[in-house]
Structure formats: C-alpha cells, structure tokens
Design a protein around this ligand. Structure first.
Ligand code: SAM
Length: 263
C-alpha cells in the first residue's frame, strides 16, 4: 500500500493506507456521502425488477446502502468489499435486519468479480466505482448484467463548468477521474448503457450523514491508535478533505448515475 504522504502548500494528497482507512471507517456508519432517501430515489428509476432478481452491491463497505437495497427489492444480494473488517460489520447488520437468507457477503475485488455473463439484474456501487475508475468499471461490469439490466453508481463529479484552482488541483491529484456531469453521462453511454437518469446528492448527504460522523470518530480512533504519527497524518488528511468540501461544496458533489444495459 502507498504510505507516502505529501502535504506541501500546493499539493494535498490524501493518505492511501488501506489498513488505516479500514480501521477508521469501521467506526463510521457509512464510508461515503449518501442517505437512505437517496438510495431509494436512485432505486425509483429502476422499475420492474423481477421478484427473484440477482443484485450485486459492489464496494458495499459496512452496508451504508445495503439494508435499504434489501428492504426495497426482492431476490438475492451479493455484497462485495475488499475489507474483511467492513464485511464482518455488514454481516452483523444483515443478520440483525433478518435478511441473511437473501445475502451472500464476499471479501473480494471489484476488479475480479465472481459473476457469470448476463447473470445480474442490477449492479449497485455507491461511492466505490472510483476505485476501479468510472468508465473502466462500467465497461468491465457490463458483461455481468442481463440485457435490459440496470447499473446504479455514485461518483464524485464537477457540478459547474468551471471551478477555483485550489479545488481543481486537490481533486485531480487525488482522483483524476473526476469530470463534469455531461462527460460522465457520455462515458456511461460509450460503455454500452442507456443513461436513464442522474442526480446530484444534496449537501446533507456529505455533512450530516457523513462528515459529521467522521469528525465524531476522530478522537476514539486516535486513542485506539495510541496517537501514532501515521494515524495523526491520516486524520489530518481526512479533515483537509472535509474543510475543502465546506469551502467548495458548490463546485462538486457525488452524483448518482443510473444506466440500463442495451438489450
Ligand atoms: N458503499 C459504501 C458507502 O457508500 O458507505 C462504501 C463506500 S467507500 C467510499 C468505498 C468502498 O470500496 C470501501 O468500503 C472500500 O473498502 C471498497 N473498496 C476499495 N477498493 C475495492 C476493490 N478493489 N474491490 C472491492 N471493494 C473495494
């Protein structure tokens, strides 16, 4: 894992130590911006899922969206994440909600999914497709969907045509796949989907539902990590991201993109 951290005045790179990321974010209910209402809103654009539908929740984390998916669909959900720690928590949440008969939880990579061609009715990736890359993920996962099947992903996107240099540099350095909504919609179309809908996540998905909870987890995490330098640097990078969001929230957001495999 990349443990190099650069924080010059011009360059603010987020810490990419997966061990720290997993240990910190298991303390938070969700690992990215979102809400129950937003998951349900995205689902509303996906009509007529068969009763015995097959659904994949990719990069599920501890299940920010997973229980909502289960409550509002029928059929079987395979939830996949790279983190064993997140999957353990998800497993508990699924059992607590009484959905274990409808679930398979897998520790695995979105770059090597265990599905057959034309198997799935719905692929869901909330705040996670950036790990493989938006267009690459859409192209590679296309084979697993049945013709006419749906994909719903949320992805950080520019919501204005132009933006201040400071925030442009931060995001390009940390996720150079960030792009405008029209370019993301075009990428979805180029990858073989009908772009059915897209919508911008509101500010409460970032602040009340995510960053506020992240801030609450800071002290317990640092205590757990014995205030190690790595942990402090990691937290500093997370707080930088939060402060930049508060300053520049009118220029970018997560956007939900819903597409249908042509078929
Ligand atoms: N969907 C959850 C949510 O919205 O709360 C989690 C979003 S979090 C920003 C991204 C998730 O992707 C993390 O749970 C992380 O462990 C997972 N992840 C990262 N790389 C992955 C990979 N190659 N394969 C599967 N999951 C991955």
């Amino acid at each position: 894992m990349d443990k190099e951290i650069k924080t010059t005045e011009k360059e603010i790179r987020l810490v990419e130590d997966f061990d720290l990321i997993f240990d910190f974010y298991k303390l938070v209910n969700r690992q990215g911006p979102g809400s129950i209402e937003i998951t349900k809103l995205a689902l509303n654009f996906i009509p007529g899922l068969p009763v015995s539908s097959k659904i994949a929740d990719i990069g599920c984390g501890t299940g920010g969206q997973t229980i909502t998916l289960a409550e509002n669909t029928s059929g079987h959900i395979t939830a996949i994440d790279l983190s064993e720690k997140f999957i353990e928590i998800l497993d508990k949440n699924v059992k607590q909600a009484g959905f274990e008969d409808r679930f398979t939880n897998l520790i695995g990579s979105m770059e090597d999914l265990p599905f057959s061609d034309n198997e799935l009715d719905l692929m869901w990736a909330e705040g996670s497709i950036y790990h493989i890359g938006f267009e690459k993920g859409l192209r590679e996962w296309h084979q697993y969907l049945k013709p006419g099947g749906y994909i719903a992903v949320s992805e950080v996107s520019w919501i204005t045509k132009e933006r201040p240099q400071e925030i442009e540099e931060f995001w390009v350095l940390n996720y150079d796949g960030i792009d405008t909504i029209p370019n993301k919609v075009a990428a979805m179309q180029n990858a073989g989907y009908i772009p059915i809908a897209h919508f911008v996540l509101p500010v409460n998905c970032w602040l009340e539902n995510f960053y506020d909870l992240v801030e609450v987890a800071v002290d317990p995490f640092l205590k757990q990590q014995n205030n190690s330098e790595e942990a402090k640097q990691f937290i500093e990078s997370q707080l930088t991201e939060i402060n930049l969001y508060k300053k520049y929230k009118h220029y970018y957001s997560y956007v939900f993109y819903i597409g249908q495999k042509i078929g």
